[in-house]
Design a binder for this molecule. Structure first.
Ligand code: ZN
Length: 354
Protein backbone atom coordinates (compact mmCIF):
# COMPACT_ATOMS: atom_id res chain seq x y z
CA UNK A 1 0.00 0.00 0.00
CA UNK A 2 1.23 3.45 -0.90
CA UNK A 3 2.19 5.58 2.05
CA UNK A 4 -0.05 8.53 2.70
CA UNK A 5 1.38 11.90 1.72
CA UNK A 6 2.34 14.67 4.11
CA UNK A 7 0.01 17.68 4.25
CA UNK A 8 1.20 21.24 3.73
CA UNK A 9 -1.05 24.10 4.82
CA UNK A 10 -0.75 27.85 4.48
CA UNK A 11 -3.80 30.09 4.81
CA UNK A 12 -3.64 32.73 2.05
CA UNK A 13 -4.58 35.45 4.56
CA UNK A 14 -1.45 34.73 6.63
CA UNK A 15 0.57 36.85 4.23
CA UNK A 16 -1.69 39.86 4.84
CA UNK A 17 -0.57 40.50 8.41
CA UNK A 18 1.64 43.54 7.92
CA UNK A 19 3.82 44.72 10.78
CA UNK A 20 6.08 46.61 8.36
CA UNK A 21 9.26 45.58 6.56
CA UNK A 22 11.37 46.72 9.48
CA UNK A 23 9.64 44.21 11.76
CA UNK A 24 11.30 40.77 12.12
CA UNK A 25 7.97 39.07 11.26
CA UNK A 26 7.69 40.81 7.89
CA UNK A 27 5.66 39.71 4.90
CA UNK A 28 8.67 38.22 3.09
CA UNK A 29 8.89 35.27 5.49
CA UNK A 30 6.10 33.22 3.98
CA UNK A 31 7.07 34.15 0.43
CA UNK A 32 10.54 32.71 1.03
CA UNK A 33 9.00 29.61 2.57
CA UNK A 34 6.61 29.02 -0.31
CA UNK A 35 9.25 29.56 -2.97
CA UNK A 36 11.70 27.15 -1.28
CA UNK A 37 8.98 24.50 -1.17
CA UNK A 38 8.12 25.02 -4.83
CA UNK A 39 11.82 24.85 -5.76
CA UNK A 40 11.92 21.41 -4.14
CA UNK A 41 8.78 20.19 -5.91
CA UNK A 42 10.63 17.64 -8.04
CA UNK A 43 11.38 15.76 -4.85
CA UNK A 44 8.28 16.61 -2.84
CA UNK A 45 5.90 15.88 -5.75
CA UNK A 46 3.11 13.49 -4.67
CA UNK A 47 4.78 12.98 -1.29
CA UNK A 48 3.65 16.35 -0.01
CA UNK A 49 0.19 17.65 -0.89
CA UNK A 50 -1.37 20.98 -0.11
CA UNK A 51 -4.51 20.84 2.04
CA UNK A 52 -6.98 23.68 2.09
CA UNK A 53 -6.84 25.77 5.23
CA UNK A 54 -9.87 27.34 6.87
CA UNK A 55 -10.38 30.07 9.44
CA UNK A 56 -10.85 29.21 13.11
CA UNK A 57 -14.13 30.39 14.59
CA UNK A 58 -14.27 32.40 17.79
CA UNK A 59 -15.74 29.35 19.53
CA UNK A 60 -12.58 27.47 18.58
CA UNK A 61 -10.34 30.18 20.08
CA UNK A 62 -12.24 30.47 23.35
CA UNK A 63 -11.10 27.20 24.96
CA UNK A 64 -7.62 28.82 24.90
CA UNK A 65 -8.17 32.60 24.99
CA UNK A 66 -10.37 34.87 27.07
CA UNK A 67 -13.23 36.72 25.40
CA UNK A 68 -11.57 40.00 26.41
CA UNK A 69 -8.38 39.04 24.58
CA UNK A 70 -10.19 38.01 21.41
CA UNK A 71 -12.16 41.25 21.54
CA UNK A 72 -9.04 43.33 22.12
CA UNK A 73 -7.36 41.87 19.03
CA UNK A 74 -10.49 42.32 16.96
CA UNK A 75 -11.04 45.94 17.94
CA UNK A 76 -7.37 46.80 17.39
CA UNK A 77 -7.58 45.28 13.89
CA UNK A 78 -10.79 47.25 13.21
CA UNK A 79 -9.01 50.41 14.23
CA UNK A 80 -5.98 49.56 12.08
CA UNK A 81 -8.31 49.13 9.14
CA UNK A 82 -10.11 52.42 9.75
CA UNK A 83 -6.95 54.41 10.34
CA UNK A 84 -4.93 52.53 7.69
CA UNK A 85 -1.95 52.11 9.97
CA UNK A 86 -0.40 49.56 12.34
CA UNK A 87 -1.78 49.60 15.87
CA UNK A 88 0.62 48.46 18.60
CA UNK A 89 -0.82 46.10 21.22
CA UNK A 90 2.43 46.38 23.15
CA UNK A 91 6.10 47.09 22.47
CA UNK A 92 6.77 44.35 19.92
CA UNK A 93 3.33 43.17 18.77
CA UNK A 94 1.45 45.14 16.14
CA UNK A 95 -1.68 44.56 14.14
CA UNK A 96 -2.60 45.76 10.67
CA UNK A 97 -5.94 45.62 8.88
CA UNK A 98 -5.15 42.08 7.68
CA UNK A 99 -4.06 40.68 11.03
CA UNK A 100 -7.39 39.22 12.18
CA UNK A 101 -7.79 37.13 9.02
CA UNK A 102 -4.12 36.11 9.19
CA UNK A 103 -4.30 35.01 12.82
CA UNK A 104 -7.63 33.13 12.65
CA UNK A 105 -6.55 31.73 9.28
CA UNK A 106 -3.35 30.39 10.85
CA UNK A 107 -5.17 28.86 13.83
CA UNK A 108 -7.72 27.44 11.41
CA UNK A 109 -4.99 25.99 9.21
CA UNK A 110 -3.80 24.01 12.23
CA UNK A 111 -7.36 22.75 12.77
CA UNK A 112 -7.62 21.77 9.10
CA UNK A 113 -4.30 19.91 9.47
CA UNK A 114 -5.67 18.07 12.51
CA UNK A 115 -8.78 17.11 10.57
CA UNK A 116 -6.70 15.96 7.58
CA UNK A 117 -4.50 13.78 9.77
CA UNK A 118 -7.40 12.45 11.87
CA UNK A 119 -9.44 11.53 8.79
CA UNK A 120 -6.47 9.75 7.27
CA UNK A 121 -6.11 12.04 4.25
CA UNK A 122 -2.48 12.69 5.14
CA UNK A 123 0.01 10.91 7.37
CA UNK A 124 1.18 14.09 9.12
CA UNK A 125 1.28 17.79 8.32
CA UNK A 126 3.26 21.04 8.34
CA UNK A 127 1.43 24.33 8.85
CA UNK A 128 2.98 27.67 7.89
CA UNK A 129 1.53 30.38 10.15
CA UNK A 130 1.79 34.16 10.45
CA UNK A 131 1.82 35.79 12.92
CA UNK A 132 3.36 33.06 15.09
CA UNK A 133 1.57 31.79 18.20
CA UNK A 134 3.52 30.32 21.09
CA UNK A 135 3.97 33.54 23.10
CA UNK A 136 0.26 34.38 23.06
CA UNK A 137 -1.13 33.68 26.54
CA UNK A 138 -4.83 33.14 27.32
CA UNK A 139 -5.26 36.88 27.95
CA UNK A 140 -2.41 38.63 26.17
CA UNK A 141 -0.77 39.14 22.78
CA UNK A 142 3.01 39.32 22.98
CA UNK A 143 6.23 38.40 21.19
CA UNK A 144 4.62 39.02 17.73
CA UNK A 145 1.87 36.49 18.61
CA UNK A 146 -1.90 37.17 18.68
CA UNK A 147 -3.51 33.73 19.03
CA UNK A 148 -1.78 30.55 20.11
CA UNK A 149 -2.25 28.24 17.11
CA UNK A 150 -0.64 25.14 18.65
CA UNK A 151 -2.69 25.52 21.82
CA UNK A 152 -5.89 25.95 19.79
CA UNK A 153 -4.99 22.76 17.88
CA UNK A 154 -4.20 20.74 21.01
CA UNK A 155 -7.43 21.83 22.70
CA UNK A 156 -9.37 20.91 19.56
CA UNK A 157 -7.89 17.40 19.53
CA UNK A 158 -8.95 16.83 23.14
CA UNK A 159 -12.34 18.57 22.94
CA UNK A 160 -13.30 16.73 19.74
CA UNK A 161 -12.29 13.41 21.25
CA UNK A 162 -9.63 12.85 18.59
CA UNK A 163 -7.00 11.96 21.15
CA UNK A 164 -6.41 11.55 24.84
CA UNK A 165 -2.91 12.86 25.36
CA UNK A 166 -1.10 15.55 23.42
CA UNK A 167 2.63 16.22 23.50
CA UNK A 168 3.82 19.65 22.39
CA UNK A 169 7.50 19.79 21.48
CA UNK A 170 8.71 23.39 21.19
CA UNK A 171 12.15 23.82 19.61
CA UNK A 172 11.80 27.51 18.78
CA UNK A 173 14.79 29.36 20.24
CA UNK A 174 12.42 31.25 22.54
CA UNK A 175 10.44 29.72 25.38
CA UNK A 176 6.76 29.32 24.49
CA UNK A 177 5.47 30.99 27.63
CA UNK A 178 1.94 31.24 26.21
CA UNK A 179 1.62 27.54 25.45
CA UNK A 180 3.09 26.66 28.84
CA UNK A 181 0.58 28.91 30.59
CA UNK A 182 -2.41 27.46 28.72
CA UNK A 183 -1.61 23.89 29.74
CA UNK A 184 0.26 24.38 33.05
CA UNK A 185 -2.47 22.62 35.06
CA UNK A 186 -3.56 20.17 32.36
CA UNK A 187 -2.47 16.54 32.84
CA UNK A 188 -3.45 15.63 29.26
CA UNK A 189 -1.06 18.01 27.50
CA UNK A 190 2.69 17.70 28.01
CA UNK A 191 4.67 20.82 27.12
CA UNK A 192 8.35 20.16 26.35
CA UNK A 193 10.52 23.14 25.41
CA UNK A 194 14.18 23.45 24.52
CA UNK A 195 15.11 27.11 24.31
CA UNK A 196 17.89 29.60 24.74
CA UNK A 197 18.36 31.02 28.22
CA UNK A 198 18.80 33.71 29.31
CA UNK A 199 16.62 35.05 26.50
CA UNK A 200 13.21 36.51 25.70
CA UNK A 201 10.65 36.12 27.29
CA UNK A 202 12.54 35.11 30.44
CA UNK A 203 10.32 32.17 31.39
CA UNK A 204 11.05 28.46 30.96
CA UNK A 205 13.27 27.72 33.92
CA UNK A 206 13.88 24.11 34.95
CA UNK A 207 11.75 24.49 38.05
CA UNK A 208 8.65 25.33 35.99
CA UNK A 209 7.20 21.82 35.77
CA UNK A 210 3.42 22.27 35.89
CA UNK A 211 0.96 22.61 38.76
CA UNK A 212 -1.96 20.83 40.39
CA UNK A 213 -3.22 18.00 38.15
CA UNK A 214 -0.64 19.07 35.55
CA UNK A 215 2.35 18.66 37.91
CA UNK A 216 5.15 17.02 35.95
CA UNK A 217 3.65 17.64 32.51
CA UNK A 218 5.80 20.68 31.71
CA UNK A 219 9.50 20.20 31.05
CA UNK A 220 11.87 23.06 30.25
CA UNK A 221 15.41 22.58 28.96
CA UNK A 222 17.10 26.00 29.00
CA UNK A 223 20.31 26.05 26.95
CA UNK A 224 22.95 28.80 26.87
CA UNK A 225 23.60 30.72 23.65
CA UNK A 226 26.14 28.99 21.42
CA UNK A 227 25.37 25.49 22.73
CA UNK A 228 27.44 23.15 20.50
CA UNK A 229 25.36 21.27 17.93
CA UNK A 230 26.33 17.85 19.26
CA UNK A 231 25.25 18.76 22.76
CA UNK A 232 21.99 20.30 21.56
CA UNK A 233 21.16 17.19 19.55
CA UNK A 234 21.99 14.88 22.44
CA UNK A 235 19.74 16.80 24.82
CA UNK A 236 16.90 16.81 22.29
CA UNK A 237 16.99 13.11 21.45
CA UNK A 238 17.44 12.06 25.09
CA UNK A 239 14.66 14.17 26.52
CA UNK A 240 12.25 13.38 23.68
CA UNK A 241 12.62 9.67 24.23
CA UNK A 242 12.19 10.00 28.01
CA UNK A 243 9.07 12.12 27.73
CA UNK A 244 7.62 9.86 25.07
CA UNK A 245 8.13 6.77 27.18
CA UNK A 246 6.66 8.30 30.33
CA UNK A 247 3.76 10.24 28.84
CA UNK A 248 2.77 8.00 25.89
CA UNK A 249 1.05 10.66 23.76
CA UNK A 250 -1.31 9.87 20.88
CA UNK A 251 -0.83 13.27 19.22
CA UNK A 252 2.26 15.43 18.91
CA UNK A 253 2.45 19.05 17.87
CA UNK A 254 5.79 20.67 17.18
CA UNK A 255 6.24 24.40 17.66
CA UNK A 256 8.72 24.56 14.82
CA UNK A 257 10.77 27.72 15.14
CA UNK A 258 13.56 28.22 12.62
CA UNK A 259 15.13 30.94 14.78
CA UNK A 260 17.06 28.13 16.48
CA UNK A 261 19.14 27.86 13.28
CA UNK A 262 22.61 29.34 13.10
CA UNK A 263 22.55 32.89 11.77
CA UNK A 264 19.12 33.95 13.01
CA UNK A 265 19.31 37.53 14.29
CA UNK A 266 16.89 36.78 17.14
CA UNK A 267 18.64 33.60 18.23
CA UNK A 268 22.18 32.59 19.04
CA UNK A 269 22.36 28.85 18.48
CA UNK A 270 24.40 26.74 16.06
CA UNK A 271 21.88 24.30 14.60
CA UNK A 272 21.67 23.59 10.87
CA UNK A 273 18.57 22.63 8.83
CA UNK A 274 19.75 18.99 8.82
CA UNK A 275 19.48 18.97 12.63
CA UNK A 276 15.79 19.90 12.38
CA UNK A 277 15.43 17.19 9.73
CA UNK A 278 16.84 14.72 12.27
CA UNK A 279 14.65 16.11 15.09
CA UNK A 280 11.59 15.62 12.89
CA UNK A 281 12.72 12.11 11.94
CA UNK A 282 13.06 11.32 15.64
CA UNK A 283 9.48 12.46 16.28
CA UNK A 284 8.24 10.45 13.29
CA UNK A 285 10.26 7.36 14.30
CA UNK A 286 8.79 7.36 17.80
CA UNK A 287 5.33 7.62 16.33
CA UNK A 288 3.43 4.43 15.75
CA UNK A 289 2.36 4.46 12.09
CA UNK A 290 -1.34 5.15 11.69
CA UNK A 291 -3.11 1.86 11.11
CA UNK A 292 -6.70 0.95 10.45
CA UNK A 293 -9.57 3.03 9.14
CA UNK A 294 -9.47 6.78 9.53
CA UNK A 295 -11.16 8.16 12.61
CA UNK A 296 -14.48 9.84 11.86
CA UNK A 297 -14.76 13.30 13.31
CA UNK A 298 -17.43 14.48 15.70
CA UNK A 299 -20.23 16.03 13.69
CA UNK A 300 -18.96 14.63 10.41
CA UNK A 301 -21.54 11.86 10.39
CA UNK A 302 -24.55 13.99 11.24
CA UNK A 303 -24.02 13.41 14.94
CA UNK A 304 -24.59 9.66 14.83
CA UNK A 305 -21.72 8.12 16.75
CA UNK A 306 -21.68 4.63 15.38
CA UNK A 307 -18.93 2.05 15.73
CA UNK A 308 -15.58 3.52 14.87
CA UNK A 309 -16.93 7.04 14.97
CA UNK A 310 -15.93 9.63 17.48
CA UNK A 311 -18.35 11.68 19.48
CA UNK A 312 -17.14 14.62 21.50
CA UNK A 313 -18.89 13.27 24.56
CA UNK A 314 -18.19 9.57 24.13
CA UNK A 315 -15.20 7.26 24.18
CA UNK A 316 -12.87 8.12 21.29
CA UNK A 317 -12.51 4.40 20.61
CA UNK A 318 -9.30 2.74 19.50
CA UNK A 319 -6.86 5.44 18.50
CA UNK A 320 -3.85 3.38 17.66
CA UNK A 321 -2.15 5.81 15.33
CA UNK A 322 0.24 8.54 16.32
CA UNK A 323 -0.60 11.88 14.82
CA UNK A 324 1.94 14.56 14.10
CA UNK A 325 1.49 18.22 13.15
CA UNK A 326 4.37 20.70 12.82
CA UNK A 327 3.49 24.37 13.16
CA UNK A 328 5.75 27.25 12.14
CA UNK A 329 6.67 29.66 14.94
CA UNK A 330 9.68 32.00 14.63
CA UNK A 331 12.55 32.21 12.19
CA UNK A 332 13.68 35.54 10.81
CA UNK A 333 16.11 34.87 7.98
CA UNK A 334 13.99 34.16 4.88
CA UNK A 335 16.55 31.75 3.33
CA UNK A 336 16.77 29.77 6.57
CA UNK A 337 12.98 29.55 6.87
CA UNK A 338 12.94 28.12 3.34
CA UNK A 339 15.77 25.65 3.96
CA UNK A 340 14.31 24.64 7.31
CA UNK A 341 10.84 24.06 5.89
CA UNK A 342 12.16 21.88 3.08
CA UNK A 343 14.19 19.89 5.63
CA UNK A 344 11.26 19.19 7.96
CA UNK A 345 8.85 18.51 5.08
CA UNK A 346 11.24 15.93 3.66
CA UNK A 347 11.59 14.34 7.10
CA UNK A 348 7.81 14.20 7.56
CA UNK A 349 7.40 12.64 4.11
CA UNK A 350 10.12 10.02 4.69
CA UNK A 351 12.42 11.50 2.06
CA UNK A 352 16.17 11.97 2.22
CA UNK A 353 17.62 15.07 3.84
CA UNK A 354 18.20 17.92 1.36
ZN1 ZN B 1 11.18 32.37 18.47
Amino acid sequence: MRALPTGFLLHPAAALHDAGWGHPDHQGRLGALASAVSMDMLTLHERVVQLEARSATEEELLPVHTEEHVEQVRSAVDRAMEEERCIPLNLDTLVSGGSWDAAVGSSGAVLAAVDGVARGFVRNAFVATRPPGHHATPARAMGFCLFNHVAVGARYVLDQGLGRKVLIVDWDVHHGNGTQEVFYRDPNVFYLSLHQSPHYPGTGQEWETGAEAGSGTTLNIPLPPGTPRGEYRERFFGVLEDVWGDFAPDWVFVSCGFDVLKGDPLGGQELEPVDLYDFTRAVVALSVPTQGPPVALAGSTGGAAGPGNVSAAGDPGPLTGMRTVLVLEGGYVPELIGAGTVAVLRALAGLEAP
